[in-house]
Design a protein around this ligand. Structure first.
Ligand code: GDP
Length: 443
């Protein structure tokens, strides 16, 4: 998203940085180009204008700092102003539990997908979460939600066709309470367009559901339309936040820059893909950093932290201490590492970790190890000591490897287990980064 804008900004900045001194006309020229680029990216006109005026005031009012190129100083001001523009409003999800969340949006905005994404996001934080299939107008919305629920292992409450929406809201709420849910997400009805009926229905549901959070999903790829839709909803439904979906597309996407300024509602999440884990919390500094072409290290670390299920780490540490850590845990770790993406990048970020060379991870090897472990019985995975020659041969055959590979894995697992036990004596938490890097995976 916003690639064109990014390219344009880059070239404007490059130009500016070439000057030893910035004159008033240099700044004015640069800002004219920036304003045009913002408008081309679909940023709302008054927002683009105001932003440029602020930057102009600050850029011209600032004393040049010794040792800093004026162009760099300009970039800094631009960065600060954008963060300020995006930074207003309360972005945290309300802490109260149980929390009832109402999710609304037009058909096709990505609402149902977002419901699943949010459910997974909460689940990863060890919250007990359920989904309510409250979109009875779009055929198949309920089935879609049910399928997604199964995929992410989150219960979906649904009622048969023809059930009044009030019943769904009332009973969904009661069931969530009965089952001790921390979060219940109501996937509300959508329409092709904003119309009075829809807003009426949503207002009615909101009265019964009494949401702690009401989020509106808007499709970032629709640019100015997204801003208009958000304005229309916000006028009738008490919204607490926005989710911008499809920010991964190549659309102009400037809606992201103006939507909260225009509606006064903070963006809380970004949808960045179709899969249930393609959701990011909206962090203005990070968004601007990415737009201005700065590295996105924060996102990487953030993702790592979300992925690591603290509970399973604690359980693993417990099993380690009682010497019950088996190959199944090892496999869980492997999968975790696979999900984390480019491992070298991630590992290089961990404090106190040796250079990249030391941790080159062989993806092929991960696959092989996975195949070997999957060919074992649960008992074998728990107690690898029972693996005699005959069993090892069977496992090698089953996984399409050689007995040597099986032996090698078991040796490495054993030494890893010893190493991990040493680390775990420091207690879980402190040792996690090291805990997550089995020695067997290093080249
Ligand atoms: P609903 O009608 O609003 O419930 O929309 P859906 O959740 O069914 O989404 C419509 C389509 O958009 C589906 O094909 C989704 O996979 C896709 N989609 C949703 N969110 C995103 C996103 O953030 N990025 C991309 N690329 N696709 C998305």
């Amino acid at each position: 998203m916003l690639e064109l804008l990014q390219k344009k900004l880059e070239s404007v900045f490059r130009n500016l940085r070439g000057y030893g001194k910035l004159s008033e006309s240099n700044v004015a020229d640069a800002l004219r180009e920036i304003r045009l680029a913002l408008l081309a990216a679909d940023v709302h006109y008054p927002v683009a204008k105001q932003l440029c005026e602020e930057i102009q005031k600050k850029a011209l009012g600032k004393e040049a700092l010794a040792g800093i190129r004026p162009g760099d100083q300009f970039v800094k001001i631009f960065h600060e102003e954008l963060v300020r523009l995006l930074g207003e409003g309360e972005r945290e999800i309300r802490p109260e539990r149980p929390l009832r969340l109402l999710l609304c949006g037009l058909n096709g905005s990505g609402k149902t997908t977002t419901a699943a994404k949010l459910a997974l996001w909460f689940r990863k934080q060890r919250q007990k979460v359920a989904l309510v299939a409250g979109d009875l107008t779009r055929p198949a919305a309920r089935e879609q939600l049910q399928r997604l629920g199964e995929q992410i292992e989150v219960p979906v409450y649904s009622w048969p066709d023809g059930t009044p929406i009030e019943t769904v809201a009332r009973e969904g709420r009661a069931r969530g309470e009965r089952e001790g849910m921390d979060i219940v997400i109501f996937d509300a009805a959508g329409r092709l367009d904003v119309d009075a009926d829809l807003l009426e229905e949503l207002a009615g549901v909101a009265r019964l559901w009494e949401p702690g959070e009401s989020l509106l999903v808007v499709d970032a790829a629709t640019g100015q339309v997204a801003v208009k839709v958000a304005e229309a909803f916000a006028a009738k439904v008490p919204l607490t936040g926005l989710v911008l979906s499809r920010t991964d597309g190549d659309a102009r996407g400037g809606a992201a820059l103006s939507i909260q300024q225009v509606t006064g509602i903070p963006i809380k999440f970004l949808g960045v893909g179709e899969k249930p884990d393609a959701l990011q919390t909206f962090v203005p500094e990070r968004f601007v950093g990415r737009l201005l072409g700065m590295g996105d290290i924060v996102a990487l670390v953030d993702r790592a932290q979300e992925e690591i299920d603290a509970q399973s780490m604690e359980e693993m540490a417990k099993r380690l201490k009682s010497n019950e850590f088996g190959l199944q845990d090892f496999l869980a770790q492997l999968r975790l590492m696979k999900r984390l993406g480019p491992l070298e990048n991630l590992l290089a970020l961990l404090p106190g970790f040796p250079g990249k060379e030391a941790v080159k991870v062989d993806e092929k090897k991960i696959k092989q190890i996975e195949a070997i472990i999957l060919s074992m019985t649960p008992g074998e995975r728990r107690r690898p000591t029972i693996l005699n020659g005959r069993r090892r041969l069977r496992i090698a055959r089953g996984s399409g490897t050689q007995v040597n590979d099986v032996n090698d894995l078991l040796r490495k697992f054993d030494s890893m287990r010893k190493m991990m036990r040493r680390i775990s004596k420091g207690g879980p938490g402190k040792g996690w980064p090291k805990l997550a890097i089995p020695r067997a995976l290093r080249g």
